[in-house]
Design a protein around this ligand. Structure first.
Ligand code: BES
Ligand code: ZN
Ligand code: ZN
Length: 470
């Protein structure tokens, strides 16, 4: 499906069908009021009604805010894809809605059919957003950025949705290499030999029972005069079986998504490089598979992390933090960044705390949390801040090592995981770092907003928005 922005009069627009957005208030004044009433349409949010004899698709919204427009546009595109219309258009006079429309159409219309032998075909080939005002130049920049971010989100979704056999640490590294080549990024990859040289013992322990070698991937986007330097770190568990602390069968299903943080940071660097942002970006990915076997790491092991800190393992299912401990340490040694952000499907506890739709944000700098929260709001992604405190920090003390990989109490699991990562952030970087727990927001088995079954691409939209503000 092709999406374009046009600058013309609505009367000149040629499409098979036009989308019209109405609130309940506007519906009262509609010339199609009678027909819509007969159809049972009351313009409630996310309801749609085809008026085929008028070549119109009426879309109900609570308001003309981006969130409402994006949401109903996702419903509309799914319905349109099932019809025989070949082209559709929508006219707007507010360029602030361009992002919402593009995301609604591209993300809401996303499907993943790689493993289907029969692909569903759609007649819909073209969708045009008609901008009726004069300042087309600024509108086209907004439009092209929106398409880049939406495409990067789909790119992230595609990788998340790929099966653990097809997307293992080694094929993940190959995919990152391909992205680097296509987008002219720097690319360095450490295999297990390289990881040993770098003393990434904690990360290596997690991947030891896998038949695929663990990989540390480092991609770089370096514009000429960057305003800021950013390190993005992603948890890339291509599969999380739980290890010897094996997950129950039902909880293991969907654990291909445990690489979503890594997939998101690839999406972010892709978007930033395509938008040609003035920020230097380093994406670090720890790609590892957490499996069982005679060679598996064990509860009771003590690991010496790259930083030198020793970690008591009490649960091999709390593996993401063991991988991130080394990758965070590596990233801080290699790059002197202004901001360090990590993205990880780290804890089920985060979903319990904030729900399935929201990304948990942790860190020491209220100012930075506020700035990122503002970008998230503008992007339409949901985030919530989870506060650290000194009492929770005591819960990850160990009797025999420097720190324990699980908490000794059942509450505050998302925060104690964040505090575990904090132990691997150097003193001088404390205020520069934020941790994003995307365990809930990265994957869905039922559609919501512009998300469909599978990976959502969580993080890509809000981080792209934040990077633009720099
Ligand atoms: N990858 C999981 C977290 C997760 C759970 C992500 C559900 C998405 C959906 C992580 O590695 C894990 O297993 N965490 C444990 C930690 C516990 C052992 C302290 C958890 O959340 O149960
Ligand atoms: Zn786990
Ligand atoms: Zn995990």
């Amino acid at each position: 499906m092709n999406i374009q922005l046009l600058n013309q009069n609505i009367s000149d627009a040629k499409s098979d069908i036009s989308l019209v957005y109405v609130t309940a208030e506007l519906l009262k004044k509609s010339k199609n009021k009678k027909a819509l009433k007969l159809a049972g349409f009351s313009a409630s949010q996310d309801s749609i009604c085809f008026l085929h004899n008028k070549n119109t698709l009426v879309c109900g919204v609570d308001s003309f805010e981006g969130d409402d427009i994006r949401s109903v546009s996702s419903v509309a595109i799914k319905a349109l894809k099932k019809t025989n219309y070949k082209s559709a258009n929508v006219a707007i006079d507010d360029k602030a809605l361009i992002f919402a429309l593009v995301e609604g159409f591209v993300l809401g219309g996303y499907t993943y059919d790689v493993y289907k032998s029969k692909k569903e075909k759609s007649s819909l080939k073209n969708i045009s957003i008609i901008y009726t005002k004069d300042d087309y130049k600024s509108a086209i920049k907004l439009f092209s950025d929106a398409v880049i971010v939406a495409d990067a989100t789909c790119f992230t979704r595609d990788i998340v949705n790929t099966t653990p056999e097809d997307l293992n640490p080694v094929t993940f590294a190959a995919l990152a290499k391909k992205l680097a080549k296509e987008n002219k990024l720097g690319c360095k990859i450490l295999d297990e030999k390289g990881l040993k040289k770098e003393n990434c013992t904690s990360m290596l322990a997690v991947g030891r029972a896998s038949r695929h070698e663990s990989q540390l991937i480092h991609l770089t986007y370096k514009p000429k005069n960057p305003k800021k330097v950013i390190s993005l770190i992603g948890k890339g568990l291509t599969y999380d079986s739980g290890g010897l602390s094996l997950k129950p069968g039902a909880s293991m299903v969907t654990m291909k998504m445990d690489k979503a943080g890594a997939c998101a940071v690839l999406g972010m660097i892709k978007a930033a490089s395509e938008m040609k942002l003035d920020v230097e970006i380093h994406a670090f990915v720890g790609a590892v598979e957490n499996m069982i076997g005679g060679d598996a790491y064990k509860p009771d092991d003590v690991l010496v992390s790259r930083s030198g800190k020793t970690i008591e393992v009490r649960n091999t299912d709390a593996e993401g933090r063991l991988v991130l401990a080394d990758v965070l340490d590596f990233a801080q040694d290699k790059v002197n960044a202004d901001y360090i952000f990590d993205f990880a499907t780290l804890t089920g506890a985060c979903m319990v705390a904030v729900g399935q739709y929201t990304t948990g944000v942790m860190g020491h700098s209220s100012r930075l949390k506020h700035a990122v929260g503002k970008s998230a709001k503008a992007s339409g992604e949901l985030t919530a801040s989870l506060p650290f405190n000194k009492h929770l920090k005591k819960q990850i003390k160990s009797e025999i090592a420097d720190i324990c990989n699980i908490s000794n109490k059942p509450y505050g699991g998302a925060i104690t995981a964040g505090l575990f990562l904090d132990a691997f952030i150097k003193e001088e970087n404390k205020e520069k770092w934020l941790h994003f727990d995307i365990a809930g927001s990265a994957y869905t088995e039922s559609p919501w907003d512009c998300n469909v079954y599978g990976g959502t691409g969580a993080g890509v939209r809000f981080m792209s928005e934040f990077l633009k503000t720099l």
